[in-house]
Ligand binder design. Structure first.
Ligand code: ATP
Ligand code: MG
Length: 378
């Protein structure tokens, strides 16, 4: 009896438990001593990292880290966190024996014996390269889709502006014609001024459009909201029918926000076009407003400094029973061919991903206000 191997809590003998860990091929499972030196090695570790047990035992965990991480002491930092907090997790590049890289998901746990003494660290690593690559591919496709949607929006914007351009050209042609036939210097001077002004106005129209169409690298920190709102509202105002006006109200010291400019512009465009569609029949006023707000859980458990950007219209409003449905993908009340029902679901996704939210306030017959809550960069 005395020779019976000890049992683990699950009833497995320690030896069979060890064999189990040894045989796992999809995960690298091994132990480190408290200094980070490798003490055990399993088949999964050999398969993922390419080293045999003989080659790595006694070496420091750092061996698997790329040069740039080594310089920054990443392995040491992970070990320190695991020792301090009991566990450390990480996702990032690691290097195999042959020098190739793989994307690893790792967990490091501090292990104590029954007496509470630290025996070492258990390290579990999974090779996530395929998933990481799939994710990157997905991100690229998303970016392409986004650009395509932007181009489509641009089509809508330019459609509205062709008319304005025509007016400007009429002014230019008419005034130059009159100037050619006049001998009156003062009158010629006046006509030239008209032409100049029309030219400047035309330049503004195209500049706003070009800014909108530009492909920018995504960024999600400290966006200068005031200037983005100014440029966008100037552009949208040009694209609205004459019966609809657009006003912008921003306070002098508006916070910056942690959002991507491209995505914010598209979200605003969706909201403004919804307001336009709502007032198609009777016309009206759209108000684009921004303000700083400190939140302590008043709305959807959001805490901290936020910027609220609202788009209000005085259209027919949204029935209460529809207010929760409008954010669903493909929900639309518009005629076939007029709306896809994707606008608000994208705005919702944008606000959520940014760490904020969107709120709808609407009273049938009175109008609608859509408010974006975006985390401020203060
Ligand atoms: N400002 C608003 N006033 C009244 N109804 C609105 C307003 N904004 C959205 N809605 C309602 O919400 C629905 C969904 O809006 P959403 O922007 O997601 O899709 P859509 O405008 O119908 O189509 P898309 O934006 O894809 O062209 C609209 O069809 C409309 O019924
Ligand atoms: Mg829409």
């Amino acid at each position: 009896m005395a020779d019976e191997p000890p049992l683990t809590p699950s009833g497995l003998t320690e030896r069979s438990y060890e064999l189990l860990v040894q045989a796992v091929v999809d995960y690298a499972i091994y132990m480190l001593d408290p200094q980070g030196r490798i003490m055990t090695w399993n088949v999964g570790a050999e398969r993922i990292k390419g080293y045999t047990a003989k080659e790595v035992i006694g070496q420091h965990l750092e061996l698997f880290f790329p040069e740039e991480d080594r310089r920054q002491g990443k392995a040491q930092r992970l070990i320190a966190t695991a020792l301090r907090e009991g566990r450390a997790q990480d996702e990032g590049w690691r290097v195999r024996k042959d020098g190739s890289r793989f994307w690893a998901l790792t967990v490091l746990d501090a292990i104590h014996d029954e007496a509470g003494c630290l025996v070492g660290l258990a390290k579990i690593t999974r090779d996530m390269t395929e998933r990481h690559e799939a994710q990157q591919h997905l991100d690229e496709v998303r970016a392409q889709l986004f650009q395509a949607q932007k181009m489509e929006a641009l089509g809508q914007l330019t459609g509205g502006m062709a008319h304005d351009f025509n007016n400007l050209l009429t002014v230019i042609i008419g005034s130059s014609d009159l100037a050619r036939r006049s001998n009156n210097l003062e009158r010629i001077q006046l006509l030239l001024e008209n032409i100049h002004e029309a030219g400047i106005r035309g330049r503004e129209l195209t500049q706003n459009l070009l800014t909108f169409a530009r492909r920018r690298t995504p960024q999600d920190w400290a966006l200068d909201l005031a200037s983005t709102l100014q440029a966008s509202s100037a552009l949208f105002a040009q694209a609205l029918p004459k019966s609809i006006s657009l006003d912008l109200e921003i306070p002098p010291a508006l916070h910056q926000a942690r959002v991507d400019a491209n995505q914010l512009e598209m979200a605003l465009l969706n909201l403004v076009f919804n307001a336009r569609d709502a007032m198609e029949q009777q016309g009206g006023r759209i108000l684009l407003r921004a303000e700083n707000r400190h939140l302590a859980g008043e709305w959807e458990e959001l805490h901290g400094d936020f910027v609220l950007i609202s788009v209000s219209d005085d259209g027919p409003g949204i029935a209460p029973e529809l207010q929760t449905r409008i954010f669903e993908p493909f929900f639309t009340t518009k005629q076939f061919g007029k709306g896809t029902g994707l606008g608000l679901s994208q705005v919702y996704g944008f606000a959520r991903n940014a760490g904020g939210s969107i709120r709808v306030e609407s009273e049938p017959g009175k109008g609608t206000r859509m408010t974006l809550y975006l985390p401020a960069a203060v």
